[in-house]
Every structure is written in C-alpha cells, then in structure tokens.
Design a protein around this ligand. Structure first.
Ligand code: GLN
Length: 249
C-alpha cells in the first residue's frame, strides 16, 4: 500500500488567486508519480484541523480576503507556528506570506498582525508590482514566477530571502532586490503563476521534506511510465519558464 502524505490547502476559498491552486495540483500529481498517496485537506475558516499534517500550502488573496480569514488565522496561529518550528514544509504565497510575517499595514491604514514566522513586515503602497519575475536562489537555482502585489515587504536583519531579483523595482519591496523569505522548511514568496508547475525543484524540496519527516526517508522508485510522465512535466516546466522569462507581463 502506498504511503500517505497529508496536505493542507490553507483557506482555498479566500486565499487563492492567479492560479495558486495549481500548486496543490502539482504536489498531488508529483506525489502520485513518486508512488505516494496524497490526501488533500481543504481548510477554510471554521473547519476542523486535520489529524495529521505533512505539508501546508497557502495562496494569495486581496486585502479583503486577508481580512476575511484573519480571525480564524489567529485562532490557528499557535498551531501554524508550532508546525513551522517542527519542520512541516510549507509554501505561503503573497497574501499569506505577508501574514506569516510580523504585520501588514494595508493601504487604508488597517494593521493586520501576522504570526511572526518570518522576521518581516509589509506596508501597503499605491504602486503595484506586477509581472513575470526571475530570481536566483542559493537553494533552488533560478526561480521563475509571477508577482502582483501592492504590499511592500521588508525583511528584518538576519531573515533569509528566498532569492534575489536582478530587475529594478521588483521583488519584496522594489528597493533591496530581495524576494520572499525562507526559514527552516517554510518558504514565503510573492511568486504566483502558479509557482510549483514551473519550478519542480521547489516541489521536490517540499515533497522530500514531508516524506523524510513522516517516513524517515525519500527514495521514490517510479515505474518507467511514471518516470516518463515526470520527464514530460519537467519539459512543460522548462517551456513555461522560457516563455515567462521573455515576457515582462
Ligand atoms: N493584498 C496583498 C497585496 O496586494 C496581497 C495580494 C496578493 O496576494 N496577490 O499586497
């Protein structure tokens, strides 16, 4: 029987834009191709938290979406912080990335406290940063995604960015060329697009971390057919990256 991996899709109703749900589909498909049995738990406000959680995937949302989930998010803050400290791999995009920081001051002056997993804070500004984004990461090489946000995020001294962008006026805040953040197995980023179909290295990092944590190792043995499908998906990813890199938006 295949080994189960339990994945939480965090607030898919209100925090899921620009194709973020593609990240969940990608993890699910890759896990199957590696011979695991993925179980996806959609968690929205008021739902029961699943008994077992091996990975958490969260998407972006407008300021209004962030306000809708915030009370429930605070109720789950200890659990999320504890899971992060305990090595559960997580990917938090844009709106949830902001709320995994210390606070987000929206453009209308509302302050939403974050849960402080990342030493970072965000200020809403009237200039939106929009477009395809390429960054260099020590951990994952070149990452290709798509950003669309007005919040500008500043990392505290000692907080590690996910990567560095070359383009001016892009990334976390348009000023310091950082993008995203990483602490332990938790990745925060502005990259939508969706991120994971275009960046198999990040998908595999999350999968490996989940499998090692739950089963003590990750040694997939795909059948020839599964391997052929993985190769095909990697070719698609390469093509999507190539196209995205050549287009500003
Ligand atoms: N509301 C946030 C911003 O614009 C997040 C947007 C998003 O998730 N794309 O900064």
């Amino acid at each position: 029987m295949a080994s189960v991996i339990d994945i939480v899709s965090l607030y898919p109703k209100d925090m899921n834009i620009y194709g973020d749900s593609g990240n969940v589909l990608t993890i699910k498909r890759r896990l199957e191709l590696y011979g695991y049995e993925p179980r996806v738990h959609a968690y929205n406000q008021g739902d029961d938290w699943p008994e077992r959680v091996d990975m958490i995937l969260g998407g972006g949302g407008q300021d209004t979406g962030q306000k809708k989930i915030i009370d429930d998010f605070y109720a789950r803050a200890d659990l999320l912080r504890g899971s992060a400290a305990d090595g559960v791999p997580m990917l938090m995009i844009c709106g949830l990335y902001q709320l995994f920081g210390e606070y987000f001051e929206t453009i209308d002056g509302t302050r939403l406290d974050g849960i402080g997993v990342f030493g970072a804070y965000t200020i809403g500004r009237d200039v939106r940063m929009i477009g395809n984004l390429v960054e260099r990461s020590d951990d994952f090489g070149q990452i290709v995604g798509y950003e669309n946000h007005s919040g500008q995020t500043f990392l505290r001294e000692g907080t590690r960015p996910l990567g560095r962008v070359e383009q001016e006026g892009r990334g976390n805040n348009g000023e310091d060329h950082t993008e995203g953040a990483r602490v332990g197995n938790v990745i925060g980023t502005y990259m939508h697009g969706s991120l994971l179909p275009k960046n198999p290295a990040i998908s595999d990092f999350l999968i490996r971390a989940a499998a090692e944590r739950r089963y003590g190792g990750f040694a997939p043995q795909p059948t020839a057919e599964q391997q052929a499908e993985l190769t095909r998906l990697d070719r698609f990813a390469q093509e999507a990256r190539r196209v995205a890199i050549t287009r500003p938006r």
